[in-house]
Write a protein that binds this ligand. Structure first.
Ligand code: 13P
Length: 249
């Protein structure tokens, strides 16, 4: 299997510029001998600070969201053109906090994803079920549907710039992690959908990250699973020591 591991830190709405700079500097040093692919996604307000601090390192610069339009009268939004100007390389779309708190729907997420691809960004598409959906036995169906909708209109070649992050909503920020077996089962079902749509080679190459209370203590068992190719880390990405421990599992 030729897939690499991809460990990403989503800093969410944390850190002033000075705090973000400290973390970026520490990560640059601590990850320099790391062998996997890495990314940090600071708040929009810290992108200009963090970008130059990780430039030329093995850490990519990510944004946590993007506007659905290229430019115009969209108060409070940040566009692909502005993110490109800041040196952003990767954009996260469809995070569960965007879906559930800010009511972003699949069609909007798909539009953002296609716009980001059109402008040459790598995109991390997040999918994941709620606790109610899991308890109703709907976890696979929900993740498959979010994957299908999220990728609507894409061709097989577009997939080279897509990463999927499976983040069960009930595991985010709660300290509850999906068991490696449960996570792997969802990853496998997502990979199957991709295979059906885009062929087995595209499915085999697709990186699928797991997110939801990933910590230094549980990362190894998760990454050992066949279909888990990395992590999208929230809380534990806010300290260099814990993120580095995850990143160098
Ligand atoms: P936690 O690692 O804090 O559970 O957050 C996961 C997440 O939402 C990353 O995008």
């Amino acid at each position: 299997m030729s897939r690499i591991y991809y460990i990403a830190g989503n800093w969410k709405m944390h850190k002033t510029r000075a705090e973000a700079a400290d973390l970026a500097r520490a990560l640059r040093t601590q990850l320099q001998d790391g062998v996997h692919k890495y990314l940090v996604a600071p708040s929009f307000s810290a992108l200009e600070t963090v970008g130059p601090l990780i430039s030329g390192s093995n850490i990519r610069l990510g944004a946590q969201n993007v506007a659905v339009e290229e430019q115009g009268a969209h108060t409070g939004e940040v566009s692909v053109l502005q993110l490109k100007d800041l040196g952003v390389q990767t954009i996260i779309v469809g995070h569960s906090e965007r879906r559930h708190v800010y009511k972003e729907e699949d069609a909007l997420i798909n539009k953002k994803l296609r716009l980001a691809l059109k402008h040459g960004f790598e995109v991390i598409l997040c999918v994941g079920e709620t606790l109610e959906e899991r308890e109703a036995g709907q976890a696979e169906v929900v993740c498959e549907s979010q994957t299908l909708w999220g990728l609507a209109g894409l061709g097989a070649t577009d997939l080279a710039n897509i990463v999927i992050a499976y983040e069960p909503v009930w595991a985010i920020g709660t300290g509850k992690t999906a068991t490696p077996e449960d996570a792997d089962a969802i990853h496998a079902s997502i990979r199957k959908v991709i295979g059906r749509l885009y062929g087995t080679s595209a499915a085999e190459q697709l990186i699928i990250q797991y997110g939801g209370s990933v910590k230094p203590e549980n990362v190894k068992a998760l990454m050992a699973k066949e279909n888990i190719d990395g992590a999208l880390v929230g809380g534990a990405s806010l300290k260099a020591e814990t993120f580095a421990a995850i990143a160098k599992f």
